[in-house]
Design a protein around this ligand. Structure first.
Ligand SMILES: [Zn+2]
Ligand SMILES: [Zn+2]
Length: 250
């Protein structure tokens, strides 16, 4: 599996860090994992073709994680290089269908091409397969229906927290994954409910016993702090800080 970080930032505009977005290329699938505003343009910046997206997995419906859906559909409608017919699978939390239908009440025919079919699959705690790729969704503490995702292909495993606070289900869902992506929003001492600090990320990674920890979703106030040393007080595996355009093999 290959992962490209499209956005390691949050809703607050800062240079070089976009809203949440990750592109996962597994043997049989091209998955956009969250997609806040600007995500599909970032794909172009990093040499990735937005036309190849088969599936989108949304962790929750905050705008910094899903706002580029309308621009994606609008682009597909008018891009003569999009092969037709085109289908898009959207894996998402409960409530997404209502959100999508409300968007389509506003934009409808402007953005939805006749040649595009959309299959929405609302998830809670489930395990399913896309080709050779196994995906497990679980719940976590952020919004009422926030999801985490675990991707497994042969011996390789990747876990993505989305936005989250610390909770038992988060630790259980990521247990012994090779690579764990955790949000790391605010510095130690500036904890906000629904998000994680570096020390909490270290504690969670240690409890998960993962091999590699990738931290992301940085608010501006954490960027000038020494994130890695706080995390390494708790976790002695590999620690990486995401940046936009970063590529990882899993
Ligand atoms: Zn959020
Ligand atoms: Zn967020």
């Amino acid at each position: 599996m290959k992962l490209t970080i499209l956005g390691s930032g949050v809703l607050i505009p800062v240079a070089k860090r976009g809203n949440s977005g990750y592109f996962l290329q597994a043997s049989s699938q091209n998955i956009l994992l969250d997609g806040g505003s600007g995500t599909i343009r970032r794909m172009a910046d990093f040499g990735l073709d937005y036309r190849t997206i088969d599936t989108i997995c949304y962790s929750h419906m905050h705008p910094d994680h899903c706002f580029d859906l309308v621009p994606l559909l609008f682009a597909w409608k008018h891009d003569s290089l999009v092969e037709t017919p085109r289908s898009l699978k959207i894996i998402c939390p409960k409530g997404f269908t209502d959100y999508f239908n409300a968007l389509m009440d506003i934009y409808g025919d402007w953005v939805l091409g006749d040649h595009v079919s959309i299959d929405i699959m609302e998830m809670e705690r489930e395990k399913f397969a896309l080709g050779n790729l196994s995906i497990t969704s679980a719940k976590t503490e952020h919004t009422a229906h926030s999801l985490t995702y675990r991707f497994e292909e042969e011996q390789n495993s990747l876990f993505y927290s989305g936005d989250t606070d610390k909770c038992d289900e988060l630790v259980e869902s990521g247990k012994e994954a090779h690579t764990v992506i955790l949000e790391c929003s605010f510095p130690d001492g500036q904890k906000r409910d629904g998000h994680l600090t570096p020390t909490e990320c270290g504690e969670i990674a240690k409890a998960m016993a993962c091999q590699r920890l990738l931290l992301t979703h940085f608010y501006p106030e954490i960027l000038d702090t020494d994130i890695k040393s706080s995390v390494s007080n708790e976790f002695n595996g590999e620690i990486l800080l995401a940046f936009d355009g970063m590529e990882l093999e899993i």
